[in-house]
Design a protein around this ligand. Structure first.
Ligand SMILES: [Zn+2]
Length: 518
């Protein structure tokens, strides 16, 4: 008995030593010379800021560079040439768009091209002299069936309006309102921003986004949505015959606590709403180190980083994005090399995912999460790196007001996790400790869980972890250059990724606390 125990002990010790030796060997693959070489290329002017549509296709060249690296270090490919083709489109409001209000004699009382299309215009929508209904704040007391009707609703609700506190455009609340109203099948919803916002600040802010070119992933089966336009109170005033009338109407609705349902008399609307759509192609780059356990290899640890950036500015300056997100891109390249070099691979598979077009709306990660190459319910962790190459510089840089201390140091690192699998954060803390890194978890989750590609995985219930060395004075500026990168810091983050990934990939069983299943 004693002997057997000893033999087992020796065996276990050997395994541990072997594994520790293996990890150490692998870590030596993550080296500063390589990080520098990769980032020098990726953040060079020649790539024209790694954005779709530049004269030289720097985005595509970067994808090729990553795929070549994946092949060279021996990652396996599930897709052709390590590429996942991402189908997306650019959406631009047509310059022919307008909305017009006419009186019964057909005389124009209002005409504007500055309405915004929020949703639902797949094909051009043209309406001539159509009847409209006012529908208060669009609340639930409206008629059950609105089929075929064009309805005009106001931003906000009766309560905040009455209190004179209706200024803030609560996007989530408005979307919820639109969704509820859509079930009543109106022909169109026109949402009018609040007359309490005298300078139309809210409207202009929205216009900055919806009024210009947008990008989106092409859906396989696009859902038909009710067309929704945003307009200013000037439009609604004209429906009621003059300046200030809409505010008066809303006051009545709020005071009487009624739906405000009312057919507009003596006025019709004429509309041309059209969105110009251009199909675009770009790609994610994906490689894998297959796990060594016959069962657990069907579970995945994903490391990801977006490889795109902002392109060229109006003045011709190139946004090289050395930190955003050249740093994360090259860190993952080296982490991949470390895993690929292991003679005994971890039990679970490790996926390396370089996603495209994060800067224009998380396009690559959205597409991957809609069309996962490896099942998301078998993905035990998605670790995202976005800006991991800088160290706080006083007095130029800013840190988030919640975290004035930790992340300022060379040892500090913003880490953010969700609540799906709590042990992930514990493992992170332990690995950070081993490396002398101080995790800074002070970023408010409500905002920062949405801040980068990890959000798309979070939405699907995958445990996520996001690493960042923080915003800085050169964030989204041309000054985000190679010479400001701290390569020792990138190496520390890459080392952390390796150690954490190795541990997670070798755990016996993983049980989630939150919604997602493994
Ligand atoms: Zn970024």
């Amino acid at each position: 008995m004693f002997l057997r125990k000893t033999a087992l002990g020796v065996l276990l010790l050997c395994c541990c030593l072997f594994s520790a030796y293996g990890q150490k060997q692998a870590l030596s693959k993550i080296n500063i010379a390589d990080l520098k070489e990769h980032l020098t290329f990726i953040s060079s002017d020649e790539l024209q800021g790694r954005k779709l549509g530049t004269e030289v296709d720097g985005l595509g060249i970067t994808a090729d560079y990553l795929a070549k690296h994946a092949q060279k270090i021996g990652l396996e490919a599930e897709t052709e040439n390590y590429f996942q083709k991402v189908k997306m489109a650019s959406l631009k409001p047509s310059s022919a768009n307008f909305i017009e209000v006419k009186n019964t004699k057909g005389k124009s009382k209002f005409k504007s091209g500055s309405m915004m299309i929020f949703q639902g215009i797949q094909t051009p929508k043209v309406l001539n002299n159509a009847e409209v209904y006012l529908a208060g704040f669009g609340d639930s007391t409206l008629p059950e069936n609105l089929e075929g009707e064009i309805i005009v609703i106001a931003q906000g609700n009766a309560k905040s309006f009455k209190e004179g506190d209706n200024i803030r455009f609560d996007f989530g609340a408005e979307v919820a309102k639109i969704e509820t109203l859509s079930k009543k099948k109106p022909e169109m919803i026109i949402l009018v921003t609040t007359p309490q916002d005298k300078d139309n600040k809210g409207f202009n802010r929205l216009k900055g986004y919806f009024g210009r070119e947008r990008y989106s992933v092409t859906e396989d089966k696009p859902e038909a949505k009710v067309p929704v336009l945003f307009l200013t109170p000037t439009f609604a005033d004209e429906l009621l015959g003059g300046k200030g009338h809409y505010e008066k109407y809303l006051k009545g609705v709020a005071k009487e606590n009624i739906s405000g349902w009312m057919k507009v008399k003596k006025r019709t609307v004429t509309i041309h709403a059209e969105v110009l759509k251009t199909e675009l192609d770009t790609k994610n780059v994906i490689g894998i180190v297959e796990g060594s356990d016959p069962v657990l290899k069907n579970e995945y640890v994903v490391f990801m980083a977006h490889y795109d950036h902002l392109g060229i500015g109006k003045d011709g300056d190139v946004y090289n994005g050395a930190d955003d997100n050249g740093s994360g891109t090259v860190a993952i390249m080296e982490v991949a090399e470390a895993f690929a070099s292991l003679s005994k691979k971890p039990k679970r598979s490790i996926v390396f995912l370089w996603v495209t077009c994060e800067e224009i709306g998380h396009i690559g990660s959205t597409y991957y999460c809609d069309h996962p190459i490896y099942p998301l319910d078998k993905t035990v962790a998605a670790i995202n790196l976005d800006m991991v190459g800088r160290v706080y510089e006083a007095p130029r840089d800013d840190v988030h007001k919640n975290s004035p201390k930790k992340v300022k140091d060379f040892d500090g690192l913003y880490t953010l996790s969700n609540d799906v699998w709590l042990q992930l954060a514990e493992i992170n803390d332990a690995k950070c400790k081993e490396l002398g890194i101080v995790p800074d978890t002070s970023l408010p989750k409500a905002r920062f869980l949405r801040a980068s590609d990890h959000y798309q995985f979070h939405k699907k219930g995958v445990p996520v972890l996001n690493y960042a060395t923080g915003y800085h004075a050169d964030y989204h500026k041309v000054g985000d250059e190679l010479d400001k990168i701290n390569f020792d810091k990138i190496k520390r983050v890459a080392d952390l990724c390796f150690l954490l990934g190795y541990e997670v990939a070798n755990l016996d069983e993983i049980e989630f606390d939150g919604k997602a299943k493994k």
